[in-house]
Ligand binder design. Structure first.
Ligand SMILES: *Cc1c(COP(=O)(O)O)cnc(C)c1O
Length: 370
């Protein structure tokens, strides 16, 4: 059994990918070919935002908006301690300070009450300049944007949505990627919408922000490539990856519904056996992961492994306890919710093509033991 079955998906779209790739082999525009603009338009329309900018990875999709904001040394950017390293890495890369915040025990997303406390603390200490918030839509569920936006407005902070795991999700009728002034998503193969390499997309409703992103994407170019008006990066997506995503978009809305069906079946079978995910009212998850909690996690994982069923642990170590951030002075005990969940969480196979009988086997092994 596969944790994520990309082969089953490929069977459905192989023809479209091959003809897309053949077109690129014919026109030869491997960098910034016509597929890039086509994908940007399609995904902006899907997300319901005016502008989309295709980039080389989800990490660049977070880094580049921070570069536009000119985040740097002395700045504080608030984010969840329970996320993938890239969320906080981009803050540090620019010389700014990630200020970690504990999570809500039900949704695993940044806890607005803790966030407010952290903002007040930073402001009253007066050492760092509070600049922005990067909420993460963990496992596919949008963070609590109504509460986060209220805090951001009150304290004059920007909000950058980390939608790397939530492309296809919704909150109160809005799509993930449209829940903040600027958002970044990832097309790493295992994400809800994945390409066959690295890729990402930035979404925004702000025209001037878009202009700056386009410049940063190509080494800070001005009117042309050899006129450089700022320091940028090589943040471009390959035409070949855009062609894969265009093919996958044809079946993506259906896949999001299939994922919901898989999640519903897990919920029906596993509620009361392990702690199943809670989706807040008004949210629809993209189900990047189906993550559950159990105090005897390792025992269950071992039993599944012995029966050929893969699992994963997202995340075994919260970011405030990672060696990479040891210089920031955090200690065990700082964020008790994230620390407890890191010891109990594990993720089950989740993809649109998971069959009912496979799910039944997984659930029986979790419930029964043998
Ligand atoms: C995957 C991921 C990223 C980074 O995306 P890449 O495309 O791998 O660079 C950032 N944040 C979160 C929450 C992610 O899951």
């Amino acid at each position: 059994m596969q944790f994520i079955d990309l082969a089953a998906q490929q069977k459905r779209i192989r023809g479209a990918i091959e003809s897309g790739w053949r077109r690129i082999l014919d026109h030869g525009q491997y960098i910034m070919g016509p597929e890039i603009g086509e994908l940007e338009e399609k995904l902006a329309a899907f997300t319901g935002v005016p502008f989309a900018v295709a980039v080389a990875s989800g990490t660049d999709a977070l880094l580049m908006p921070l570069m536009v904001e000119e985040v740097g040394p002395g700045d504080a950017v608030f984010t969840s301690t329970f996320t993938f390293i890239a969320t906080a890495e981009v803050i540090r890369l620019l010389g700014a300070t990630p200020v970690f915040v504990d999570i809500d025990p039900e949704t695993f997303n940044i806890d607005p009450a803790n966030l407010e406390e952290a903002i007040r603390r930073v402001r009253s200490e007066g050492k760092l300049n509070a600049r922005g918030i990067i909420p993460v839509d963990l496992f596919g569920q949008p963070a609590d944007y109504p509460a986060i936006q209220t805090l951001a407005a009150r304290h004059g902070l920007f909000v950058l949505e980390d939608a790397a795991q939530s492309f296809g999700a919704r909150q109160r009728g809005k799509k993930a990627g449209a829940l903040a002034k600027v958002a970044g998503t990832s097309f790493f193969p295992a994400k809800p919408l994945g390409c066959y390499g690295d890729g990402g997309m930035i979404f925004t409703d702000d025209d001037s922000l878009r202009e700056q992103l386009l410049s940063i994407r190509v080494h800070g170019q001005g009117i042309d490539k050899y006129t450089n008006v700022r320091v940028g990066i090589n943040g471009r997506m390959d035409s070949l990856q855009a062609a894969v995503l265009l093919a996958k978009m044809e079946i993506f809305p259906e896949e999001i519904e299939l994922r919901q069906g898989v999640a519903n079946r897990y919920e029906r079978r596993l509620a009361g056996v392990v702690k199943t995910p809670r989706i807040l009212e008004g949210n629809i998850s993209a189900w990047a992961q189906y993550s559950v909690l159990h105090p005897r996690r390792d025992e269950i994982i071992g039993r599944l492994r012995r029966n050929g069923i893969p699992t994963a642990i997202y995340y075994p170590i919260p970011l405030h306890l990672q060696e990479a951030f040891s210089g920031l002075g955090y200690r065990r005990g700082d964020f008790p919710v994230a620390e407890k969940i890191a010891g109990e969480v594990f993720s089950l196979p989740m993809h649109p093509y998971l069959q009912e009988d496979e799910q039944e086997r997984i659930c029986a092994l979790i419930a029964g033991g043998q």
